[in-house]
Design a protein around this ligand. Structure first.
Ligand code: PLP
Ligand SMILES: N[C@@H](CCOP(=O)(O)O)C(=O)O
Length: 462
């Protein structure tokens, strides 16, 4: 399996190199040259299998020669042992034909653990074999950072630097990033919003001297391996609801477009997904773009679903690449226009995107109302991101097709917002009960590339 860049000008890579590289050298994102397809029979055979076995069968065709079958199975097994639910991604029924896919039973209580725990294992295995050391730099609006720190802390051959927007993540999210004592992890609170943090990470990838000197690697969903690991739970959920013999729809609370893009890949692999619905909070650029074709970021407004406070949505580039007939030059042109303020998706591309995705928006008041109503009606306490999905799903779902809303984080990561909406303060699991007593370790940084690069050079282990 070869990986190609969405901008068409970077070298083709193997799975291992695409995983360890992050962003392509032409600024694009790596995608598989071809999408493997599973037959209806292959999908039916997933019924009753463990999460781990399904993960192996869904992902293995993408790996090529990188790992042996035994190595890959061992990585999967280690990745999911720390999850607090035997099913890994259990489902509960919210109302007739509407289900919640609980993706928050991992070590940091958000869906990011599904991919991050696995790529932590894959990085270790690959780096031990090739003797390399890497410096991971990631941007987070709260959840990617804590999941990355948890997956990579204490490793000898990896340094991890996480940029998060100062004052714009929840206190639980911040403490998850700032309290681990391991020397190889560094939480950096940056002035600005998530888009600024992500822009500085991309600048570092485009600064080749720095990139090559420090052995830069990325674990945001610009990394194909992150997206791939998230494809698996679309299969487990749909199969448990009757796929391939019954269509299923999904609604995904969306920011950087990684999670819903994983759903799109699952559909291209043959999973009968009827509707894939992008649910946004008040930072609704994706909903506006899918409705009008205009992609013009106009600044992030802080919300009670802070992990989705994003306007420059990285993985949308992967969707555009396919919608524009995999024309790297056309994608490059749109991304150049983006630097100058925004772009208009060409008509054919927009039509294609609209055939692939529906979208909806949820205001702050609607998010609070949904948390309150769902608690009263179903007994489920939702995190604000999940509430965004549930509200949009209820609006757009059709009665005869099962709808799965993705529950992307545990409500206890956002206790203030959840309590204000519902009157109930969700508690952290016992293993995190002392989170507020642990000592924090964080460095404030300006939104300044030179300063951040200098700090990384100084702090990383030689
Ligand atoms: C809790 C939560 N929900 C939803 C999202 C949005 O997911 P994506 O960025 O893959 O669109 C995020 C951040 O990525 C998140 O942390
Ligand atoms: N919501 C994310 C933002 C980064 O997204 P990623 O999936 O590209 O890592 C977060 O919680 O950090």
């Amino acid at each position: 399996m070869k990986y190609i860049s969405t901008r068409g000008k970077a070298p083709e890579l193997t799975f291992e190199d695409a995983m360890l590289t992050g962003l392509a050298r032409d600024g694009g994102l790596y995608v598989p040259a071809e999408i493997p397809v599973m037959s209806a029979e292959d999908i039916r055979a997933l019924g009753g299998l463990s999460y781990e076995e399904t993960a192996f069968r869904v992902m293995w065709p993408y790996l090529g020669e990188t790992f042996t079958e035994d190595e890959f199975r061992a990585c999967i097994a280690r990745a999911y042992t720390g999850f607090g639910h035997a099913a890994r991604a259990p489902m509960v029924q919210l109302e007739p034909n509407h289900f919640l896919l609980e993706l928050f039973h991992g070590p940091t209580l958000a869906f990011k653990d599904f991919a991050m725990q696995l790529i932590g294992q894959l990085f270790q295995t690959a780096l031990q074999k090739n003797g390399r050391k890497v410096t991971i730099v990631g941007a987070t609006s709260g959840d990617t950072g804590s999941a990355a720190i948890e997956a990579f802390r204490g490793l000898d051959n990896v340094d991890v630097f996480i940029l998060f927007p100062h004052g714009r993540v929840s206190e639980v999210q911040r403490r998850q990033m700032t309290t681990p004592a391991d020397k190889n992890v560094h939480a950096l609170a940056m002035d600005g919003d998530f888009d600024d943090c992500q822009a500085r990470v991309k600048d570092m990838f485009n600064h080749f001297d720095f990139r090559d000197d420090v052995g830069l690697a990325g674990v945001n969903s610009i990394n194909w391996a992150r997206v791939l690991a998230q494809v698996v739970y679309y299969f487990t959920a749909a199969v448990s609801l009757g796929a391939p013999d019954r269509k299923v729809s999904f609604t995904v609370p969306t920011g950087n477009f990684g999670d819903i893009f994983a759903g799109y890949i699952a559909r291209r692999m043959g999973l009968p997904i009827d509707k894939l619905i992008v649910a946004t909070n008040q930072n609704d650029i994706l909903h506006r773009c899918l409705s009008t074709g205009e992609y013009r970021p106009d600044g992030v407004t802080p919300s009670i679903s802070p992990s989705m406070d994003i306007q420059v949505s990285s993985n949308f580039e992967r969707a555009l690449f396919d919608a524009l007939g995999r024309d790297g030059a056309a994608v490059s042109q749109l991304m150049d226009e983006m630097k100058a303020g925004g772009f208009t998706v060409p008509q054919g591309g927009l039509q294609h995107l609209q055939e692939l995705f529906l979208s909806g928006r949820c205001s702050e008041d609607e998010t609070r109302e949904t948390i309150r109503d769902m608690l009263a009606q179903t007994g489920e306490l939702l995190c604000p991101h999940t509430a965004v999905a549930v509200k949009v799903a209820r609006e757009l779902r059709v009665a005869d097709v099962p709808m799965v809303s993705l529950a992307t984080a545990h409500p206890a990561k956002f206790p203030d917002a959840v309590e204000a909406a519902s009157g109930v303060r969700p508690g952290l699991p016992p293993r995190m009960a002392d989170l507020f007593d642990r000592e924090e370790r964080v460095t404030r940084v300006a939104n300044d590339l030179d300063q951040i690069e200098a700090l990384i050079r100084e702090r990383r282990s030689a």
